[in-house]
Design a protein around this ligand. Structure first.
Ligand code: 13P
Ligand code: SF4
Length: 305
């Protein structure tokens, strides 16, 4: 696309000048995902791959909690986010004070916190999880604590979906992803009528009845791998819209039917914004040291499982 050309060329030049790498979440638009990023992935892969990078500067093309996680794991590096207002409805839904109250109500029950959360919430947490490892982490946390339940926050739907798979009871918090909570099982039924044989793949942030109506559920990386392996003629990705755009380029044999929903926070990240961030070195992510140590420990415990 010609109107992207100048910005792409400038970003590629700036990456060399700054010794910078760009990490891109799977929900980034195709020109960011395919043309300028060095590493792509779901939240888990981005956290893993952010460790031990040689670069001086890491730019996160994703939302704020993702940049914060990268900073936790790379305290001595400059971690940039081109728009610090790129938030997440899940991260906004809960405070450290809320977590302390939950712990007081349920003493001895381990706290498993979705990475879609702030550093202050992570600091109150026993172990973090992502949608890619939630099942494993939930089992591990209950086993370690010798309990048959865990406090799983802040995504009520993720907790319910994973609890069904593991049989471990989840004490939940009423946080929702504003993108995935909008999907309904009725929509899926209608699409199956309109597109016979369509393979339906849903993110576990969707309400449980949506997951029940789908053929497969998993993190954005699990969804990508499933499509690459199954090579369906038609697929419905019940998630953010850029997933279908990015996968259409990688899987020319599959037709991606909609609906999808846009994440307004992910869409704050643009090519122009990234160019400006690398030109001005704005905005660096900072985490108060008294929170960073504890928050890092809960992310590291997750990475060790
Ligand atoms: P993944 O870890 O599956 O990529 O999910 C992140 C996210 O924000 C989903 O809405
Ligand atoms: Fe948060 Fe949902 Fe957007 Fe992911 S898609 S960043 S969970 S609001």
């Amino acid at each position: 696309d010609t109107h992207f050309r100048d910005d792409i060329a400038a970003i590629l030049r700036l990456k060399k000048e700054r010794n910078a790498v760009i990490l891109a979440h799977n929900y980034q638009t195709p020109e960011i995902f395919h043309c300028i990023s060095d590493i792509q992935g779901d939240s888990l892969a981005l956290a893993r791959k952010a460790q031990g990078l040689e670069a001086d500067v890491i730019l996160m093309a994703g939302v704020h909690f993702m940049a914060e996680t990268v900073k936790l794991l790379n305290p001595d590096k400059t971690v940039l986010i081109s728009d610090p207002k790129a938030g997440c409805s899940l991260a906004e839904s809960i405070t450290a004070e809320n977590v302390r109250a939950l712990k007081a109500q349920h003493p001895g029950v381990p706290v498993v916190t979705y990475v879609n959360s702030s550093a202050e919430v992570k600091a109150e947490t026993d172990i973090c999880c992502t949608s890619g490892n939630a099942k494993r982490v939930m089992k591990h946390a209950a086993e370690q604590a010798g309990t048959d339940s865990v406090i799983m926050i802040p995504d009520e739907f993720l907790a319910a979906n994973i609890s069904k798979e593991t049989g471990i009871k989840a004490i939940t918090w009423p946080g929702h992803c504003e993108v995935h909570e909008q999907f309904t099982p009725r929509q899926i039924k209608q699409y199956r009528v309109m597109h016979p044989g369509v393979v339906v793949v849903a993110h576990p942030e969707c309400p449980p009845p949506v997951i029940e109506a789908a053929d497969f559920s998993g993190s954005t990386a699990d969804m990508i791998n499933f499509i690459a392996q199954e090579k369906p003629e038609k697929a419905l990705l019940v998630t953010e819209c850029s997933m279908s755009d990015n996968l259409a380029q990688l899987n020319p044999g599959t037709e991606f039917v909609r609906p999808c929903n846009l994440c307004p926070h992910m869409k704050r990240i643009t090519l122009k914004g990234i160019r400006h961030a690398l030109e001005t070195m704005q905005t660096p992510v900072t985490i108060p040291p008294h929170l960073a140590e504890k928050a890092r420990a809960s992310v590291e415990r997750m990475l060790a499982v």
